[in-house]
Ligand binder design. Structure first.
Ligand SMILES: [Zn+2]
Length: 342
């Protein structure tokens, strides 16, 4: 069975106080992920206007107790790698620095401090800043991890709604043989697809999204960009697919620059929409399996659904039922994003 965008329509009826209690119908949709079959809902739609907080004021407050990633403290208060792992103690490229994570998630766990500036607003991330940070992160994995095949994971929590506790831009890195439930499910489903169809799901997904044209955004270099058919985030997800690459080690400098280029476009869209926080994750496969799995990255805007009360955009449905809900149509998000890829 080829890539299929399957959904079930639902209609809810009620007497609407906003229309003098006339009966009204509201549509929602349950969607099935074309790879894993996992369900998600496009529903609710009662989004408040997105109003970002005063970022300068947040930056000022966050500096009151000092920031370990700012240049005046970084060398003094952040850890260094043991000399048998990285003799020079920390890695540097451009403005980026890789340091061990004081609170490791796994044996090899590090942070990439991306900039010298404490506050970098979304439109101010340059191609050089992003490319240096991602390529130095890959160098870290290359330098420290010489063991059996594992999954080098790069992820980014930007601003507090995403779970990021330091405003200073930094990536989380760790190499692990336990890559998390979603990535494992994607790898297993891609293997099943390859076994049953004899083809690469990711290649077919790009072709299908291009053909349907509703969520496909365009290409930067060889990297293809699209909005997820079944997003994880309330505001939708942006997915970048790296053709013919099954591991992060296979990404070329050109791939990283192309990805960073696309990301600056996504960031400009987020900023223009009033979005100021996101999660980003890379999803790598196993070495030598580009015939069945392609590296991809997912960027999910995060926000507070009620900023005055600090209400989270993750509720019981997502957290305890593991059921994503998206409050805008992914196709509408794609229509808004597409001009940024022109
Ligand atoms: Zn700082």
């Amino acid at each position: 069975m080829a890539v299929e965008f399957r959904n079930v329509q639902k209609v809810s009826r009620f007497l609407d106080p906003r229309q003098d209690f006339a009966e009204t119908k509201t549509a929602s949709e349950i969607r099935f992920d074309p790879l894993t079959g996992r369900t998600g809902r496009v529903a609710h739609f009662a989004l408040p206007p997105l109003t970002p907080p005063d970022l300068e004021e947040m930056a000022r407050l966050s500096l009151e107790r000092g920031c370990p990633f700012c240049p005046d403290l970084l060398e003094k208060v952040t850890p260094m790698f043991p000399s048998d792992l990285i003799p020079e103690g920390r890695l540097h490229r451009g403005e980026a620095t890789v340091i061990p994570n004081l609170s490791p998630y796994d044996e090899h766990s590090a942070l990439t401090v991306m900039s010298r500036q404490h506050l970098v607003r979304l439109p101010d991330f340059t191609l050089a800043l992003l490319t240096d940070a991602f390529s130095l992160s890959l160098e870290y994995f290359h330098r420290v991890y010489q063991g059996p095949p594992s999954f080098p994971l790069i992820n980014w929590n930007y601003f507090p709604p995403s779970g990021g506790s330091q405003l200073h831009p930094h990536l989380q890195l760790f190499a692990t043989d336990t890559p998390g439930n979603l990535l494992l499910a994607e790898i297993q489903a891609s293997e099943r697809y390859y076994r049953e169809e004899g083809r690469n799901f990711w290649e077919e997904l790009v072709v299908a999204e291009k053909a349907e044209g509703k969520r496909y955004l365009g290409q930067t270099g060889e990297v293809s960009w699209m909005v997820s058919y079944v997003p994880i985030g309330i505001l939708g997800d942006v997915v970048a697919v790296f053709p013919q690459r099954s591991t992060l080690a296979e990404l070329t400098p050109g791939d990283l620059e192309a990805f960073s280029d696309g990301l600056t476009r996504v960031f400009r869209y987020f900023h223009d929409q009033g979005m100021y926080s996101f999660n980003l994750a890379f999803y790598p496969g196993r070495p030598g399996e580009a015939d069945r799995f392609w590296v991809h990255a997912r960027t999910v805007p995060r926000f507070s659904v009620q900023p005055v009360l600090h209400a989270s955009d993750v509720n019981t449905l997502q957290y305890l039922y593991d059921e994503p809900v998206t409050m805008i149509w992914p196709e509408a998000m794609a229509a808004g994003l597409k001009p940024y890829f022109a």
